[in-house]
Design a protein around this ligand. Structure first.
Ligand code: ADP
Ligand code: MG
Length: 452
């Protein structure tokens, strides 16, 4: 069994992992950058080591320093969280070479599924429907044009190594394709160091539905149901819920079957998420698999009662999952809101400063995952997410009311946030009825809305 874990991340997810370690009586070492010296996660952990300057590439992505810190502090495993090194196959491989356990899938699975174009081919080979598009990477804009002419516009040009909604551009016609191709390529090179692109049909008015699964080394794969993540801005999720209003038992069984097929083909171990889009005509298509713990995992934990980080650690230790598929049942409904330090009046650009007053919500059915406290300085170096607020109810309506109550209680002063926008979503007609798609924010006109 793992006894001491190094957490190679920061912010709320570092705190989240610390909590499961404590529940399991496992010691934890955190790493921090010079900008995070006064962070909550560093003070909550058994031990904490500085791994470099503020810039993420010099600290949280500094493989040498992180591995050295793990060895020096006597850790036997590394949890990468999400972002940073979590989907880096080279890192996973190096961790294993040093005799440490990487709490996640093997380097080969990360490599194969991390390339979204290759992952699509793997899904298709497993009998899972994928969106019509190019057969792998397109080498040139001419090749992209041929594909677009074959499948029909609008199309989406996507970066094979993309993530976080970046490296994607829509093209509505042949004339728009050249610019879309160039922009996607430039953004992909800047963000991911690879300009490999593929083309797929743009599904109009889709819903984003994903399936959480976890697999152990003994051949067990357990699915923990779906999450609805269609409330997105710039293709980035900002509110998630489980279960999805658009998924009935038959569709759930179908999605679960597809997710298991992908995991089996990839010989997947540990927690992972298979993402789909659901078209208005009811067809579902695989889009990608995220080979890590996902930001929105708490909604699944809330309705299943299963601690996903705990299962990750058990599986990484070589143990069997603590639950079988037959043990999994769903209780009520959960909604998560991502509170971000952003300026709604300035195109949701990151907002920096000192949080000089803070009141986080609580009460029945409310969970908050965060690492902020009064006095913390929000710097421009990392992700702008400040906290996740999760509300649980016996019904979707009860969860919605509790989330409204939670946001009413939430007070953050010193930085601008998207709180006003989140609040508006909870009063939006389409959201209330549950009949929304990924265009909800654009259609509702609540894209820009701030509360001071
Ligand atoms: P990322 O790696 O950035 O998460 P995804 O491939 O998961 O990229 O796509 C991000 C979001 O973009 C999806 O959640 C969905 O809303 C939208 N999207 C992706 N592909 C398509 C598509 N072919 N048609 C319509 N929407 C899409
Ligand atoms: Mg995605």
């Amino acid at each position: 069994m793992i006894r001491r874990v190094l957490i190679a991340n920061r912010g709320e997810i570092a705190v989240r992992i610390i909590r499961s370690c404590r529940d399991m009586n496992i010691e934890m070492v955190t790493v921090y950058s010079e900008a995070d010296r006064d962070s909550l996660f560093a003070s909550l952990s058994t031990e904490s080591v500085c791994v470099g300057p503020a810039k993420a590439s010099d600290s949280y992505m500094n493989q040498n320093n992180i591995i050295a810190a793990a060895l020096k502090t006597g850790c036997d495993a590394i949890h990468p969280g999400y972002g940073f090194l979590s989907e880096n196959p080279e890192f996973a491989g190096r961790v294993a070479e040093q005799g440490l356990i990487f709490i996640g899938p093997g380097a080969d699975a990360i490599r194969e599924l991390g390339n979204k174009s290759a992952a699509k081919q793997l899904a298709r080979a497993s009998g899972v429907p994928v969106i019509p598009g190019s057969d792998g990477i397109v080498g040139s804009v001419e090749e992209a044009r041929e594909v677009a002419n074959r499948i029909g516009y609008p199309v989406l040009i996507k970066a094979a190594s993309g993530g976080g909604g970046r490296g994607m551009r829509r093209a509505d016609s042949g004339s728009g394709l050249t610019a879309a191709f160039a922009e996607a390529k430039a953004e992909a090179i800047a963000a991911f160091g690879s300009g490999d692109l593929y083309v797929e049909k743009l599904i109009l008015n889709p819903r984003h539905i994903e399936v959480q699964l976890i697999a152990d080394r003994h051949g067990n794969i357990v699915c923990l149901g779906e999450r609805e993540c269609s409330v997105q801005r710039r293709s980035q999720k900002i509110l998630e819920e489980a279960p999805s209003k658009a998924v009935n038992a038959a569709l759930r069984a179908k999605l679960t079957g597809y997710a298991v097929k992908v995991a089996e083909t990839a010989r997947y171990v540990n927690a992972g998420t298979v993402e789909f889009v659901l078209a208005p005509d009811g067809e579902v298509y695989f889009i990608e698999m995220n080979t890590r713990l996902q930001v929105e995992h708490p909604v699944t934990e809330t309705i299943t009662g299963i601690d996903i980080v705990r299962e990750q650690i058990r599986v990484a230790s070589g143990m069997e999952l603590s639950v079988t598929q037959a043990d999994v049942s769903y209780s009520g409904h959960a909604i998560e809101c991502r509170l971000c330090a952003e300026d709604p009046e300035n195109n949701f650009m990151p907002s920096c400063g000192t949080i000089d007053f803070l009141h986080l919500p609580g009460g029945f059915g409310v969970r908050v995952d965060s690492a902020i406290f009064p006095g913390i300085v929000i710097t421009p170096y990392y992700d702008s997410m400040l906290a996740k607020i999760i509300a649980h109810g016996k019904t979707r309506g009860e969860a919605l009311y509790r989330m409204r109550r939670a946001l009413e209680e939430l007070i953050v002063r010193g930085v601008k946030t998207n709180l006003g926008q989140l609040y508006m979503i909870l009063y939006n007609r389409e959201f209330i009825t549950g009949s929304y798609d990924t265009g909800i924010l654009e259609k509702s006109g609540i894209r820009e809305y701030g509360i001071d």
